[in-house]
Design a protein around this ligand. Sequence first.
Ligand code: MN
Length: 285
Amino acid sequence: MRICRFNSDRLGVIEGKEVLDVSEALKCIPAVTWPLPPGDLLIANLPQIMEEIDRLREEAKRLPLDSVKLSSPVANPSKIPAAPVNYLKHLAEAQANPETFHQQHVQKIHDVGLFLKSSSSLAGPVDGVRLRYAERRNDHEVELAVIIGRTADRVSREEALDYVAGYAIGLDMTLRGGEERSLRKSIDTYSVLGPWLVTADEIKAPGNLDLELLVNGELRQRANTRDLVIDIPTLIEWASSFYALHPGDVLMTGTPDGVGPVKPGDKVTARCEGIGEMEIDISLA
Ligand code: MN
């Protein structure tokens, strides 16, 4: 199932080139009071919501996909863990260019571990990326994003994929420079998620997906997730050995080689096999 958030607060399911408005399914989210549980309520209740969607879809209002505004399919992740250099060719690219890629970027992932992006940096296709410090280099990083479905605390790699709700395309935007990585990657709109969430049952082999990124139609990045240095189950095992992952947490799995700068006015196209395609406009904040 391909589940989207559209026109700011509507829930949709994608069928071909149409969006079915199944917002009524949101009613099965239990009422909550302060303090809210960590994580995203849509994702935490996804199994029941999917049942409701199946019940509603025949009668649902249909809209052309190109007529709706797509937001991030996750609204409230508790955190966005991310893998640094997790493709060997990208490591070589970073090591060859020390002026652009700071010291912490050219070390092996096994030595540096994962990092966190702020949850407030999350954006969807409709938001685009709004650049800050535009006089400096701002790079695109296309990644497979894994959306955690239920609380995962110290889970083994063998059971890790049982905790996954689904997958989406992630754009891990990065301001280059010497500051802490988490600061440079946490600018508002610098974590784009979309165009929708594809539920885990539809992606049997997340470790074998082609992904690519184009800027103004020019191919910049192309890879397959089979080339990840640390695979998805091991990333989940590793992350959850430090902290519990909550429903809706977005794990960015790392970017392949070909990262490069974008500027205001650019149009980024990101594609991933089994998920789809999204277009992101780059502008000034
Ligand atoms: Mn990245």
